[in-house]
Design a protein around this ligand. Structure first.
Ligand SMILES: *Cc1c(COP(=O)(O)O)cnc(C)c1O
Length: 364
């Protein structure tokens, strides 16, 4: 039986091996290992790619979110709006700042935060909205920006799943006060370890974020903020510069595989929607069906590995017990978590493999 893996990171990275080895050897030899020329070079390249004025390399996607929130110094008891169906990191970043996460339900068709539902949760304590461009699809940024202006709220974009994703020809990470990116190995722009970046168009915020990642310091031994140690690694930055040149190609490949699924999967499977003005990059290709668990097992028995993003919604996680209001109901999130299934869609998958998965699902 042919097996089709959900994702094989060695194969995803194989096209870059020779360039990575050369870069690794160069960095080893030059002897400057933290915040050097490779980080600066990558920051310039990435801000140019995104269309933001600044990029600040940090240690992870979670740190990119945490430091972005920290930069505003919101008063205690402030509330930050987050989607109820996100990966838990988005919510942890709010909690690490001792602020209150307010969960807002998504639109069942796009899986992204529902602007109408946001407006119902805004109070006088609300200070910011964190939008998550989930699965690689941008949120409705016109509506989000309109709300932020109407209620004077900051916008942080969680772009961990959406490198290169666009809304009306503008890349995500360039709309909000901050964009927060992760370079975790599975992401569309994945490193060979942890990494992250913050993007912003605001000079003042950029200067704060730059200090926060480095002990609150710009000038060695002069500490102006209560900072962190969260710096993008020189080696990872060197690797990311190499991969960034191929990011559009990676995204185009994933879009091609997605279009095969979308065109050929039978009608009783709920597929991601296509909308005018959105350029989706399919970090994850999710379908939904009430027979999710049976379909997952059937595919597994036929050699196809799938994943679930995510099996447990944040409000049901033990870590958030007593933190998220237990009386609040999140039926849309629960519905998504119960029915969603992520199909193989990586840079190393072939068209033939995706056609095979499609065929198997259609025979289910
Ligand atoms: C991966 C991810 C993060 C966290 O990124 P790390 O680099 O693993 O810290 C945050 N938000 C979302 C939506 C993610 O998918």
């Amino acid at each position: 039986m042919i097996t089709i893996e959900y994702e094989n990171l060695r194969e995803v990275n194989r096209p870059f091996f020779e360039d990575y080895k050369r870069t690794f050897s160069d960095i080893l030899n030059n002897g400057w290992y933290v915040l050097g020329e490779n980080v600066t070079k990558f920051e310039n390249e990435f801000s140019q790619y995104i269309g933001s004025k600044h990029c600040i390399g940090v240690g992870s996607g979670l740190d990119a979110l945490t430091l972005s929130i920290r930069a505003f110094q919101f008063p205690k008891d402030s509330e930050v709006i987050v989607p109820s169906n996100t990966y838990i990191a988005t919510i942890l970043a709010v909690l690490h700042n001792n602020l209150k996460p307010v969960l807002v339900e998504p639109d069942i068709k796009t899986y992204n935060i529902n602007p109408t539902a946001i407006e119902r949760k805004i109070t006088e304590k609300t200070k910011a909205i964190i939008v998550v461009h989930l699965y690689g699809k941008a949120c409705d940024m016109d509506e989000i920006v309109r709300l932020s202006k109407k209620y004077d709220l900051k916008i942080i974009e969680d772009c961990a799943q959406a490198h290169g994703s666009m809304y009306k020809n503008k890349k995500v990470g360039s709309f909000g006060d901050f964009g927060a990116f992760s370079f975790y190995p599975t992401k569309n722009l994945g490193a060979i370890g942890d990494g992250g970046a913050i993007t912003t168009n605001d000079n003042r915020l950029a200067a704060i974020a730059r200090k926060l990642r480095n002990y609150g310091s710009d000038i060695k031994y002069h500490n102006e903020l209560v900072g962190f140690n969260s710096r993008l690694d020189e080696i990872q930055a060197g690797f990311l510069s190499i991969k960034l040149r191929r990011l559009d190609q990676i995204n185009q490949h994933k879009r091609k595989l997605a279009s095969i699924y979308i065109q050929n999967l039978k009608e009783n499977i709920i597929k991601p929607i296509l909308q005018e003005g959105y350029y989706d990059v399919y970090h994850i290709f999710n379908i939904r069906t009430d027979a999710r668990d049976e379909l997952k097992e059937y595919l597994s028995n036929n050699g196809v590995k799938t994943d679930i993003h995510y099996p447990i919604p944040p409000h049901k996680q033990n870590a958030l017990k007593g933190i998220i209001d237990a009386n609040e109901k999140y039926p849309i999130s629960e519905k998504i978590h119960e029915t969603t299934l992520s199909l193989p869609i990586s840079y190393s998958h072939s068209v033939a493999e995706i056609e095979r998965v499609t065929e198997l699902i259609n025979q289910f």
